[in-house]
Design a protein around this ligand. Structure first.
Ligand code: PEP
Ligand code: MG
Length: 325
């Protein structure tokens, strides 16, 4: 099987009925890019920038960040690279920020909430991203958006930093796509509102599932509630994809679910455009997608939204895969 996968490294991902979907990778550092290319990644769907900020005693400078972002987009040679702005807080702490302990860190002061308040930290990152944008196909994504006001505030700061750079005669790409993570139920339910004001969505199922099911993603005792195939989750995913398409935008997924072989047929049938996963999952996912027909899976996937339980969904998909294999 490994040998068969290896043959697919330089292939694009075309379904049996000729539909292209993009298989991208999640990375944490520039060093991960090599593995992405070796595994045939068509892009980077999520660059988690928080690792630049962790395990150190002070904030990374604009220059340091610029070098890291530039390295990633250059090494990807024009392939799309979605860089997510700082998603700190929750399970990821920064000792040097000295933030007060919270009762519910996953529901607290994290990610975009922190960035919109700690404006210097955010502006420094935005400048580094904008400067790196001329070296490749760089896209910017905001994490943990819950309201339109947050999205608008983040976009406004990005526009301000862009204008400043231009007035300093520093080059910035004119083609940067700006998107957001959909990982809070409010944004999935009201995806139509957000779709008008972004270029793309990326569904963060790791958090979307924990918030929808009210089950801490780190807590073993409640892990039975962490159900990617729950019809409620599938319905949210569909709402997000449909909202994006209704507004001519694309929808990806960068949570673990995107690389899951039971989820993939469902996501393809629901119309997902981009699947971002750990690099080692890309070739298995490509080999699976080559055997699937998007058109055939459309009504199947939509039927799954109306089953009673996650177990029933999983069983139906497994039956289906048994017939395709
Ligand atoms: C997610 O929430 O699904 C996601 C991709 O982000 P993270 O795992 O970094 O929270
Ligand atoms: Mg998340």
């Amino acid at each position: 099987q490994k040998e068969q996968w290896a043959k697919l490294v330089n292939e694009t991902t075309i379904t049996k009925d000729g539909q292209h979907v993009e298989l991208a990778a999640n990375i944490g550092t520039p060093n991960d890019v090599e593995g992405v290319l070796r595994n045939g990644g068509e892009g980077v769907g999520l660059y988690r920038t928080e690792f630049l900020y962790m395990d150190r005693t002070e904030l990374p400078t604009e220059e340091e960040q610029f070098e890291a972002y530039k390295e990633v987009v250059e090494k990807m040679e024009g392939k799309p690279v979605v860089i997510r702005t700082l998603d700190i807080g929750g399970d990821k702490e920064l000792s040097y920020l000295d933030l007060p302990k919270e009762m519910n860190p996953f529901l607290g002061f994290r990610a975009i909430r922190l960035c919109l308040e700690e404006k210097d930290i955010f502006r420094t990152q935005l400048r580094a991203l904008l400067r790196a944008s001329v070296f490749g196909n760089l896209k910017i994504m905001f994490p943990m958006i819950a309201t339109l006001e947050e999205l608008r505030a983040a976009k406004a700061m990005l526009a301000e930093e862009k204008d400043k750079l231009i007035s300093e005669n520093i080059q910035v790409s004119e083609e940067i796509e700006v998107g957001m993570m959909v990982e809070i139920p409010s944004t999935a339910v009201a995806a139509e509102l957000f779709a008008k004001e972004v270029d793309f969505f990326s569904i963060g199922t790791n958090d979307l599932i924990q918030y929808t099911m009210a089950a801490d993603r780190m807590n073993e005792r409640v892990s039975y509630l962490y159900q990617p195939y729950h019809p409620a989750i599938l319905r949210l995913v569909k709402m997000v994809i449909d909202a994006a398409h209704n507004h001519g935008k694309w929808a990806g997924m960068c949570g673990e679910m995107a690389g899951d072989e039971v989820a993939i047929p469902l996501l393809l049938g629901l119309g997902l455009d981009e699947f971002s996963m750990s690099a080692t999952s890309i070739l298995p996912a490509r080999s699976q997608l080559l055997t699937l027909s998007k058109a055939d899976l459309q009504s199947f996937a939509n039927d799954m939204l109306y089953l009673d339980t996650a177990d029933e969904v999983e069983q139906k998909v497994n039956e289906l895969l048994g017939t395709v294999k």
